[in-house]
Every structure is written in C-alpha cells, then in structure tokens.
Design a protein around this ligand. Structure first.
Ligand code: IFL
Length: 465
C-alpha cells in the first residue's frame, strides 16, 4: 500500500477551510468490477496499441491523425521534431515498455536536431520537448538525452535575453535566436522554472532557473492590492496589456510552477508567492453559481467578474489546490467538473458557469480532470478520485478510440459523438500516465516523491533516482 504520510502530514499544517461540500461526489468509491490492476493492464495495452500505430504510420512525426492514419507537424510546418515520441518516453518507461522506450531514445539520438532555421513557440517547446527529454534522461540516465535538452533550452534562452525585462517572447527562431510576438501571457512567461531548474541542477548552471524566476517575479511585482495578476503582458515594454485575472488558459501553469519550485527545489519564496496567489484567487475569483464553485475571469484590481467562461483546462486548479493543502476547496472545484462529466460524458472544452452549458462542441482530448484526480488522490488516498478517473478513462475509450489511436472530438453533442482526427502530443505524456499511476501499483516511481511538470513529465520520483 502506498505510503501517504509525508504528503498527508502537510495537511495538518493548513487547517480547515470555509468550503462546504455540495454532495456532488459519491460518498463511497466504486471499485471497478474488474479491479484496479486489470484496469491498469487495460491502460497499458491501449497505450502499446496506440504506440504501435504511431510507429507504423507516423514514426518521428509530431502527431498522428488516428482516424485517417495520417500525421501532422506541430511546432514548425513541414519540419517535425518527433513530438509524440518524446512525450511518450517517460510513460513508456513507467509502463515498463522497455523495447519501445529504447526505440524512441534511439530515434532521438539519430534524428532529433534542433538546429532549424524556423520559429518555434517558446512555451510549448519547453514543456513538451525540454521536459520530455529531461524526464527520459532522469528515467534512464542516458547523457545524450540531457545534452539534447540543454541544447534546446539554450536556444530558448534567446527568447528571454531579447527582452529588457527578461520576459520570453512567444516565438524564437531555433537557429538564429530571432524573436517575435512580444504580446504574451502569464502561462507563456511563467512555465519554465520546473524544467529549467532541473536542467540547472543536472548541469550545475544557475542561469536557467534564474531566468525563469526573473520572468515570474516581473509579473508578481505587478500584482494588484487584491493580490491578483492580470493575465496579459508585453515582453518588450514589460507592461500589463489587459486587466483580466484568470486561472484558466493564458495563466494556468504559472501558478503550478510557483508550487513546483517549492516541491522540487525547496524555494520558499516561490512557495510564499504560490500561497499568496492561491489565497487571492480563492478570495476574489472563487464564486458560487447554483452552489457550484467556479473561478471566472475578474478585473485584477476590483475583483468584478469580466467573463463567465471556464474551460476544461481550468480543472488543473483543483489539483494545485490539493497540492497546497486546500483539500476542501480542491474537492469542491473537482465536484463542479465531475458533474459535467456525469452530464456530458466528456467534459466540454468550455462552459458558461452561469448555465453550465457548453460554449462549443469540439473537445481537445483533455487530461486536466485526471490530473486533478491524481493530485487529490495522492494527498488523501481517497479512492473516490480513482473511481472518477476510471470513469474518465472508460468515457475516453468509448468516444475517442479510432482506427489508429485516440482522437480529439469534433462534436460531443451528437450520438455517437463525432470524432475529429488528431491525437495531441500531450495524450502520450498526460492522461495515460495519470491513469497508469492511479490504477497500477507502479514499480518505477515512488508516489510520495513524485513531481510532475505541467505536461506530466516526471521531474522527480523515479524509483532509485
Ligand atoms: O499541453 C498541455 C499542458 O497540460 C498545458 N496546457 C494544456 C495542455 C493540455 O490540455 O500546460
């Protein structure tokens, strides 16, 4: 049985909460009839099945289109960087699919070259490729993977260095270091500390973490009296370019990386900022609509609601609140999403919090609900979170499984749901890993030490490491 004492003991320090449950989650977990280990075996079999199709149809390409069996680039049109393969590596390792892991590593060594005269999105390149290479290095100890991660991070550093404020531009040319798109946001300036900090530790070079933290501090220094940050910022002028405080896309992983910097590096200043930000978010953004808890967008100085949409991506906040010991609030926010899962089977990409109705029909094969369940389960050992995740997995399998893998959905309102034709890279790194970690008794990771990046790359916790 998992040892939860170390995480749980952190809870004792955080005290109670003003958040009362609305009774949305089942009081008792429904253990799957086949048992957790059979469910884990099923997840592994599905991952291997999808991997074999990727090898067959899209080897080295960024993403497979699993309905047509075609593939597509993600970062640079017409020039692929093996995105899905890199994203899959540490999941393959955890699932003990060692031949597949080694084939992926061999491809990286033989083919992955970042000396490309083209622009790549700084944020996505970091969380997906730098993070993927680092976690594969931490898993296997292979020094070539670390060298590749360092080479890529050095190229991304140009995006920080071009700004007088150290705020990374949204795009950087991987060969020349030219930058473009200074109009950026909290997520894209503040999601580097975890990967850059680990890279800095492994290479004994403080520059990476210092650059990541400097960019975050610039935004933190511009918090309002309410303690909220506006989500949009200009890399050249350093000025805020909107008044909207958001927990959602454009801000989300900024908050995760404040906490992760504490967990990974013991950075108490980052922990203090995380707690202040979460406190301000809780006080000034958390709102009840028909008793359900949501965090709509608000004016960062007045706290007045400026937008009533919430995306499925916002579910990460439940997991982060749990990590920071705010269990009641985390559970209540998860309940809002669990109700959407019950109602729509697949949680809509975005809803209006006033009506809980979808704002569109497409969905992106999203992992955040399972991410939040994992963190709540790790903190509480309550199997209700595993049961909700089992439903998430089964619903995904019933709706997104296509001829050559798992796909995003084009319309969740039709019956059957209408499939799209794309498997996002994060599917290989995120939800399949969350399912595995929760259903299996994974031998290659110590769950009490586990730290995952926003892309679910394992940055700490491999067994024996
Ligand atoms: O790339 C994923 C990552 O979790 C993130 N944003 C969204 C993606 C998944 O929905 O930070």
């Amino acid at each position: 049985m998992r040892q939860t004492l170390s995480r749980r003991s952190a809870l004792a320090l955080t005290g109670g909460s003003a958040f009362a449950a609305i009774g949305g989650l089942p009081a008792r977990a429904q253990v799957p009839s086949e048992g957790w280990s059979a469910l884990a075996a099923d997840v592994k079999a599905e991952f291997k099945w999808a991997w074999d199709h990727y090898v067959d149809r899209a080897w080295g390409r960024d993403e497979i289109n699993p309905v047509s069996g075609t593939s597509q680039s993600f970062f640079i049109a017409g020039h692929d960087l093996g995105l899905s393969l890199v994203e899959a590596l540490d999941t393959l390792w955890l699932m003990e699919l060692d031949e597949e892991f080694q084939a992926g590593v061999d491809w990286v060594k033989a083919n992955l070259d970042f000396d490309v005269d083209a622009f790549a999105q700084t944020f996505e390149t970091n969380i997906r490729l730098v993070g993927g290479l680092l976690s594969a290095h931490l898993a296997s100890g292979d020094p070539v993977l670390l060298a590749k991660a360092k080479d890529l991070a050095d190229r991304l550093m140009k995006a920080f260095e071009a700004s007088p404020h150290g705020l990374p531009y949204r795009y950087v040319n991987l060969r020349t270091g030219a930058v473009r798109d200074p109009e950026t946001n909290l997520a894209e300036i503040g999601t580097y500390a975890a990967e850059f900090g680990v890279l800095g530790q492994l290479t004994s070079d403080d520059r990476y973490y210092a650059a990541a933290k400097r960019a975050m501090k610039h935004a933190l220094d511009r918090r309002s009296d309410l303690g909220l940050m506006a989500a949009n910022i200009h890399a050249e002028t350093g000025a805020l370019t909107s008044r909207n405080a958001s927990i959602d896309v454009y801000a989300d992983s900024f908050y995760e990386y404040l906490w992760d910097s504490w967990e990974l590096f013991g950075d108490a200043e980052m922990k203090g900022w995380a707690e202040e930000c979460l406190g301000a978010i809780s006080r000034h953004q958390g709102r009840r609509y028909d008793l359900r808890l949501w965090y709509p967008m608000v004016d960062y100085e007045t706290g007045e609601v400026t937008g009533t949409s919430q995306t499925v991506l916002g579910g990460y906040l439940s997991g982060l609140l749990a990590q920071a010991g705010r269990i009641d609030e985390a559970d209540l926010f998860l309940t809002s999403y669990a109700e959407l899962q019950d109602t729509f089977t697949i949680i809509p990409e975005s809803i209006d919090v006033r009506t809980r109705q979808p704002r569109g029909v497409r969905t992106g094969l999203r992992p955040e609900f399972a991410d939040a369940c994992l963190h709540l389960w790790l903190m509480t050992d309550d199997d209700r979170y595993r049961a909700l995740t089992a439903t998430h997995y089964r619903n995904m399998k019933a709706t997104s499984k296509a001829a050559y893998g798992y796909t995003s959905l084009a319309d969740i309102t039709t019956r059957p749901m209408t499939q799209g034709d794309n498997c996002p890279g994060y599917w290989w790194s995120e939800q399949m890993k969350y399912y595995w970690l929760m259903f299996a008794e994974p031998r290659r990771v110590d769950l009490d030490r586990l730290v995952l990046s926003t892309e679910a790359n394992v940055l700490r916790g491999f067994a024996g490491a």
